[in-house]
Design a protein around this ligand. Structure first.
Ligand SMILES: Nc1ncnc2c1ncn2[C@@H]1O[C@H](COP(=O)(O)OP(=O)(O)O)[C@@H](O)[C@H]1O
Ligand SMILES: [Mg+2]
Length: 274
């Protein structure tokens, strides 16, 4: 399904959306920073447990027009988005990520959109900025999925609602890597994640930009990478800085797992050597 924000960056590689500096990006997008607020927002989400009216209506339509049969519960309540477990008409699980229409969120998102020559029209409207961001995640997922990477298959994007393949067993969503006490075969896992970084760069021509054990699900003893809305094209002027940071995060995590690590620098050069 297409929406009107999609057309605007069909040819766009989402490469230049970050106009702020890296510190700002780090502040805004790193999960470690968000995680501190999650309990608070979770509480809030439970208390309010309502969506804004338009999102509600949109979900109603998705339920009526066939994409979804019913929504059962919340998997995650984050600062910028909630993720829900839903079912389609074939009783298959679907993950529904709903970005919140929030003026603060749209403000920092806008910072990354303004200044990008490929974002020809920058919406003034708060909702539209959020819609643009959500469709970025959809497009990035598509690009990664198309080249066979382990990301959830994108299903549909409509405004601030993203439907994607659900990663989990029945109603139990896959845990994040950071919550796995002793992952099996850490060496294999490490290699798989390095391969992901390399293939994402060389085949999907993207740098994740927020890669860490917080955004890797552990499913069937394999990594599935999520939360890819901020990913940048490899042509992005800061792509290499983000790549270095992603590599650092992964090497940090695995150094704590006590395995012998290769030289991260040579891995970096291996990745960018297309
Ligand atoms: N496709 C999915 N299948 C199962 N769980 C998911 C899926 N996508 C996200 N989640 C869960 O929701 C959480 C938040 O999703 P994420 O995309 O990382 O958003 P954010 O970190 O911006 O809140 C994840 O940590 C994961 O637990
Ligand atoms: Mg995340």
């Amino acid at each position: 399904m297409k929406d009107d924000t999609e057309e605007e960056f069909d040819e766009d590689d989402l490469g230049n959306e970050y106009d702020g500096d890296i510190d700002d990006l780090e502040k805004r997008t790193l999960d470690s920073n968000r995680i501190r607020n999650i309990d608070q927002s979770k509480k809030k989400a439970v208390i309010e447990s309502v969506l804004d009216e338009r999102t509600h209506e949109l979900l109603g339509k998705l339920l009526v027009n066939g994409a979804l049969d019913h929504i059962t519960g919340i998997i995650s309540a984050g600062k910028e988005a909630n993720v829900y477990l839903a079912y389609d008409h074939n009783h298959k699980e679907v993950a529904v990520k709903i970005y919140k229409i929030d003026s603060n969120t749209s403000k920092w998102m806008r910072n990354y959109i303004i200044g990008d020559p490929r974002f020809k029209k920058i919406p003034h409207n708060i909702s539209k900025v959020i819609f643009l961001w959500a469709s970025k995640e959809y497009k990035n997922l598509k690009r990664a999925y198309r080249v066979g990477l382990a990301v959830p298959e994108p299903i549909l994007i409509k405004n601030n609602v993203l439907l994607m393949e659900y990663i989990g067993f029945e109603s139990i969503p896959a845990p994040k890597l950071k919550d796995i006490k002793n992952p099996k075969d850490v060496n294999v896992l490490f290699d798989e994640i390095l391969k992901f970084i390399k293939d994402l760069y060389q085949n999907a021509r993207l740098v994740h930009g927020d890669l860490s054990e917080f955004n890797i699900l552990y499913h069937n003893q394999k990594p599935v990478i999520i939360d890819i809305s901020q990913a940048v094209d490899i042509q992005h002027p800061k792509a290499e800085i983000y790549l270095v940071r992603d590599i650092k995060n992964i090497f940090n995590y695995f150094s704590k797992q006590g395995i012998d690590l290769p030289d991260p620098k040579s891995f970096y050069y291996e990745v960018i050597d297309i």
